[in-house]
Design a protein around this ligand. Sequence first.
Ligand code: AHR
Length: 498
Amino acid sequence: KPAPIALTLDVSKAGPTIDRHIFGQFAEHLGEGIYGGIWVGKDSSIPNTRGIRNDVVAALKDLHVPNVRWPGGCFADEYHWRRGIGPERKPSMNANWGGVIEPNTFGTDEFFDFIGQIGSEAYVSVNVGSGTPGEAAEWMEYMTADKADGIGAERAKNGHEAPYKVAFVGLGNESWDCGGAMTPDFYVDLMKLHARFVRNYNPAQTMSRIAVGPSGGDTPYTEAVMKAWKDHSWAWNIEGLSLHSYTTGGGFPVSQNSADFGEKEYAVMLKDTLGMEDLVKKHGAIMDKYDPEKKIALVVDEWGAWYAATPGTNPGFLMQQNTQRDAVLAALNLNIFARHADRVRMANIAQMINVLQAMIITDKDKMLLTPTYHVFHMYVPFQDATFIPVNFDAGSYAYGGVTLPRVDAIAAKGKDGKTWVAITNIDPEKPATFDLSAAGLKAGKAVGQTLTAAKITSANTFDKPNTVSPKPVTVKASGGHFAITVAPASVTVVSLEQ
Ligand code: AHR
């Protein structure tokens, strides 16, 4: 029987706040991400509030989603907001995603209704690729100006007198690729124009501007945007730099199967996802050069697993299965963001519903919660918690020539005053036993939940929606130590109380 892994918490070295915004979501007009997933229309037989499905809202409320990034993605750089307001909507083409008609029935006012219903904040991406600074500025005016203002009055006429709150604005999306294939210098000029004119008129909300940054390990955008920021003037500023990095287990075009895979593919995907740590360090080091005070946040506003589309579905809709492997993958990324909480202050998993590594999958009136949803739910106590360093020997797990750490863990002091520990057992074969202890923490009560599954391929289906769902976990407390055994390929979150 192997010795337990000694995990000690250094409560005296409490670190930065784990910003709740690292648990952000991304909802793009893509496949059934919006239509079907959120919006069913007021006349639908699916229970809804002003067209927005009630079951999805209830599930998302429980996640305390801090912010929703919308309307894209690649879609954002071809979005013309005026087509999506008022009584007469003007359909357009969704050229990026399946070439389908975009009805524009879910527009600005419906988005704010949706985030209001789930209790979240707005992260709106403006169209830098095919729009103009003027169009983006007028959209901001529509959203945030007083009803006495010309464009604010239009919003009021559409039924929304009070200005909306825009907490974050994205200045373009992937401008190095689908957003216009721009050189870094060309983007920087356009970005400055937008940062200057995309104004927030609502004094009740501070708005952060997020510039397009790197793709994966590419550094030219990081260098160019940060260099420009160092010389910013009174006329413009930004507060965040975006990083996009998907886990594909082999680059693009994607080929990994989301539902049917073996241990080798499990190890390959998790190895790939752990690369997020190096990316954050690499871009963080460049940012430190220009911004040692860490004023600019690194915003990982697209991350998650991207597999080959589920056979028989429209490949442009990016539908995939979500398994226990994805739960482990999500936890590992959240742990990385928490470890770099001083710089990574926001992140958005791609995507919220029905697309890529989704929280929720719907099929007409049916809805299921994925293993990834359950991880986000279990991690709610880490929102705005204070990071506590942990010491442990992660050991190693190897399969088919791929070597990974065997376990991972983070800890934090929650806003509720409790000490929270999250443990991931990456090893899909062996359980892991931990001996948790912390100076100054007497072992009292410890409670928690664990997400385990019979197989790494286990998933929730409409027939069996609770195949993978959290269960209470037993923690033995005595003499200042907490003993816990976690199952293979599992995610566990416990609170230690005095
Ligand atoms: O999330 C799907 C797409 O991935 C987004 O639209 C784009 O920004 C990225 O390439």
